[in-house]
Design a protein around this ligand. Sequence first.
Ligand code: 9MR
Length: 465
Amino acid sequence: METKRIIISILICMSMTAFGQKLPPTIKDAFGRTVILHGLNTAGGAKHSKDNQPWITENDVAKENTEFGFNTVRYLIFWGAIEPKKGEYDENYLAEVKKRVEWYTDRGMYVILDIHQDVYGYGVGGNGAPAWACTQTKIQNLISDKRAWWMQNLEPKVIKSYVTFFKYDKRKDLQQHYILAWKKVAEMFQDNPYVIGYDLMNEPHGGNLANTLCGKFEKKQLSAFYRRLIRGVRSVDSTRYIFIEPRSFGVNFGMKSYLPRIKDAMPDGENKLIYAPHLYLIFVDVGGNYNKKYQRKLEQWFSHRIKEAKLHKAPMLIGEFGLSPGKKDFDKYLQDIFTRANQQKASWTYWSSDPGGWGPLKGDKSPSPILHELVSVYPKATAGQLKNFTYDSKTQTFLMTYICDTTIAAPTEIAIPKSLYPNGYVRSVAGLSGWNEETDATTGALKIYADEHGQEVTVFIRPKE
Ligand code: 9MR
């Protein structure tokens, strides 16, 4: 049975190569290698913690990197914590963020900084915007959370806050301060190459549902906001990626986005945008399990997202997706997501690292069943053209094909999480007459140095029997 599965995945891999599929754009590192990002969102708990910092310690970061093989974090920061008083930045908060960001980057993990919000901001019972930028200017208690939390976006004071923020002509100061806050953050991390980019706004929402669903919010307001914001960020940083999200309402469930092509504002005309949508099919938040109907919804979600990523001429990161391990077939759902993501060479960051609930660790930090699905072998950096790769969490087998480029000085690196193969693994490399290999002492990643340019290389990894 196992052999049959392996043969089938080899055949799929080979046929995709043979028919010469058009390859989507990919993320590149400083050496020109194709990069795949895998990691967690850190963390939901920071939204309302006393210092707006996540639960994580430096040891937890090390474990994510070595045991679980993650090379990335989507790190949540908040406009309300950056600029709690209008025009005054909280330097202590920023210093604490910097300290934690370096826990990741000092060990070569990538950090995506995400200015997060849900339910607009702190003045209206949500998180994100400072109270002074809300229609109610005192910090409010959380709106009670009996329904799905995003239903709170229907509260009149929340709607009014979103509408006011996006009406640039009436309240220019709000967006201008948001842009200045991003410039402040970007300037702080300019010298840290492992800060890979900035996720401009978590799950943008226009407030008014009619405008949101007919497309007006994305076509007019959100696109204009992104243009202003991208120009602002590029005035201080022209090296990092900028992650853009479509509107959240409806798109997260699988509807299409109306966001028109967003262009970067790099001085040399280069495009360093990454399309970073979120994936939350309805069954995840309300009743129900993963079934045929939601399989079709998942197809629909991917088919829209692939078209949209092409429109923006950007690689894709699934910035958030997640669910409770209590849902029947949660594992099948995650496997289906990863199969499709891998076909697109899309990166992902799971929601979220918070222990308990949907997290890969339980409240006592022991592994939850989610972890097993998230930990995988993947090509974290490919020196050449990554044609395709697959990983099967049941058989723990990995297969990749790439065309090697020996003009790239750095090796191809395959993440092999230390927790994955307690009895060791077997690897085979085909297509090269000679190569050198190394195992990264800290992370266990396999590094392959090819000696012939332009060869099609196939790497296969499976557990030792
Ligand atoms: O999982 C989070 C939940 O505990 C909070 O009540 C809610 C509101 O702050 O946010 C949830 O996290 C969401 C994230 O902030 C944005 N995307 C969807 C996430 C899951 O619902």
